[in-house]
Design a binder for this molecule. Structure first.
Ligand code: ATP
Ligand code: MG
Length: 431
């Protein structure tokens, strides 16, 4: 993409936003714009990152045989009355009256709608196990939206719902979803941890949260010192490791455990949550299916949420330096951006040629041909966080060299001069 045709709107005047690093960065980098408290427009650069995260989340669900569908943002109040959550959910639930005075709810989650829908179409054990998911905007009228899109009122969530005939089968679906979440966060490519979370009145070992490590994140994860190696491993957890490792999130951790020298802790941000809740909704909503023996039973359910829009900000908070974000290549807004030092036709033609070659490799590449100074372009490269910025000038081209700025999670930011062929090999490696 030629950046003169794109919409890059970096700003210097957003530093007065005194919240967390990601919030101020996302405003300065022109990724989001606040529409109302806790409600944001996603500008093209921010949307590009969010779409890449969404794609990873979708692919991992699809590979795990979950089935995508789409629940509307506005849900009928009647299903929320059926589950009795219309009152108990609290003020976070935004209710709207339509012209016929019917109540609509802007969905903060979709257990009711999905349960209702599943039972309209699925009458027996033959329809299970079944895991439906949707990636849809949610609304929670948070009393204090904060840190930009980390705690918004409107946010994009991927939420999956499993339906099974028996508790044992439901636990197997739960385990399958745990594996899918491990794939998602491993693919995103930043250190993360799965922790046991509060499973409320249901009890048992079947509520887990996924967290990114963020030094000043609002959450805290704890674990037994003995299992520190799991915290360092940071990928491909098994459910067994997590349960044995004694991971706990803050709600679950008793004062005793928190103060005990046995434990180590780390600040973090919650980015995913899996929850098994059995027949909580199928029984309160009075839904039955037929089991193998022909008996009417309530299906057993779990729900599994990933904070897609929150992840954009959480990744920035987890991986940046004082110049800007260090994105994992998997979600960077551009993998490669080409810059020309001067407007000389030799340099510009060369950049066009290289740009064309990298486009042909199928990479997400930009050519910053905007009519602004080289300094401003480099400034934007740091602020937005292209994985590789390649700067071509006549002298470098003559000696077959290019200067590259590398900004990638887990690697030290660097500026170096390399052979052009070496740079092209780096690009091939990104495919
Ligand atoms: P939190 O404890 O952070 O308020 P939650 O536990 O209430 O979140 P869940 O119901 O578990 O949220 O939602 C699943 C996922 O959706 C969370 O793990 C988080 O990533 C994301 N999420 C929840 N609330 C918000 C919000 N207000 N803004 C952005 N993302 C959110
Ligand atoms: Mg949660």
């Amino acid at each position: 993409m030629k950046l003169s045709n794109f919409f890059i709107k970096t700003r210097n005047d957003a530093s007065s936003v005194n919240t967390c690093y990601s919030h101020s960065l996302m405003l300065r980098a022109g990724m989001i714009n606040q529409s109302a408290s806790g409600i944001y427009s996603w500008l093209p650069v921010g949307l590009k990152v969010m779409k890449k995260i969404e794609k990873i989340v979708r692919n991992c669900h699809d590979q795990g045989n979950c089935i995508e569908m789409l629940i509307p943002t506005l849900q009928p109040g009647s299903v929320w009355e059926k589950s009795n959550r219309i009152g108990s959910y609290g003020k976070e639930l935004l209710k709207i009256q339509d012209r016929h005075e019917a109540t609509l709810v802007y969905g903060p989650t979709a257990e009711e709608c999905v349960t209702d829908l599943f039972h309209k179409y699925s009458m027996s054990y033959k329809d299970m196990p079944c895991i439906l998911y949707n990636i849809q905007w949610k609304f929670r009228d948070e009393i204090r939206p904060k840190h930009g899109v980390i705690r918004g009122r409107e946010f994009l969530m991927s939420d999956a719902y499993s339906f099974d005939e028996t508790e044992d089968m439901a636990i197997r679906s739960y385990e399958r979803m745990f594996g899918i979440f491990v794939n998602i966060f491993t693919k995103i490519g930043l250190p993360y941890i799965a922790v046991k979370a509060d499973s409320g009145e249901i009890g048992g070992d079947h509520s887990h949260e996924f967290h990114l490590f963020v030094p000043d994140g609002d959450n805290k994860v704890f674990m037994k010192k003995k299992y520190q190696y799991l915290m360092e491993k940071c990928s491909e957890f098994s459910l067994k490791d997590v349960n044995e490792g004694g991971f706990v999130s803050d709600e679950k951790c008793s004062g005793e455990a928190m103060n005990s020298e046995e434990y180590i802790s780390s600040n973090s941000i919650e980015v995913g949550h899996n929850f098994y809740f059995g027949d909580k909704y199928t029984s309160s909503m009075d839904f039955y299916v037929q089991n193998k023996e022909g008996k009417r039973i309530h299906a057993m359910m779990g729900s599994y949420g990933v904070g897609v829009s929150r992840l954009v900000a959480a990744i920035i908070d987890a991986s940046h330096d004082d110049k800007g974000p260090l994105w994992p290549v998997s979600v960077a807004p551009f993998n490669v951006v080409i810059l020309s030092i001067s407007n000389s036709s030799k340099s510009v033609n060369y950049c066009n040629e290289i740009y064309g070659k990298i486009v042909d490799m199928g990479l997400d590449v930009g050519y910053d041909d905007r009519d602004i100074s080289l300094g401003q372009k480099i400034n934007d490269a740091y602020l937005i966080g292209y994985s590789y910025t390649a700067i071509f000038g006549e002298r470098e081209i003559d000696s077959n060299q290019v200067k590259i700025i590398t900004r990638i999670a887990g690697q030290k930011s660097s500026e170096e001069v390399v052979e052009i062929e070496g740079f092209m090999n780096i690009c091939r490696g990104l495919r």
